[in-house]
Each structure stands twice: as C-alpha cells, then as structure tokens.
Design a protein around this ligand. Structure first.
Ligand SMILES: [Zn+2]
Length: 65
C-alpha cells in the first residue's frame, strides 16, 4: 500500500532533497506549517517505525547528524 512517504520517494509528491542514499532520503518539508523542517524517511515502505529494520534505523540516525 502506498503512503505519503512512498509518494515522496517515488517523486509523485515533489520535495526538496537534502540528502539521499540507497536506504534513506532526507528532504525539506516545505509546507507552511512545518516551516522548513527536515524529514528523514526510509526508502522501503514500513507500516510504522517499529517495523523498521536495524540497518534502516542506523542509516536514519547517521543521516540526521
Ligand atoms: Zn509507504
């Protein structure tokens, strides 16, 4: 099932990419509410954060530093 993050990864929703590798993508959330907040999301679809595998979590941690 496609969620909003999948659509961002697939480019169906435009985003301003700051950083990207094989597993994760960091982008600027440009909605007026969030005011330029950076979001880091896995490229693989996960139903929720608890389903995320360790390697992906590590990548997100690394990317957010
Ligand atoms: Zn998804």
């Amino acid at each position: 099932m496609e969620c909003i993050f999948c659509k961002i990864i697939n480019g169906e929703i435009p985003s301003y990419t700051i950083y990207e590798n094989d597993m994760v993508k960091a982008f600027l959330d440009i909605s007026p509410v969030s005011n330029g907040h950076t979001l880091i999301i896995p490229k693989k679809h996960f139903e929720n954060l608890y389903d995320m595998d360790e390697e992906t979590l590590k990548q997100i941690e690394t990317a957010s530093q």
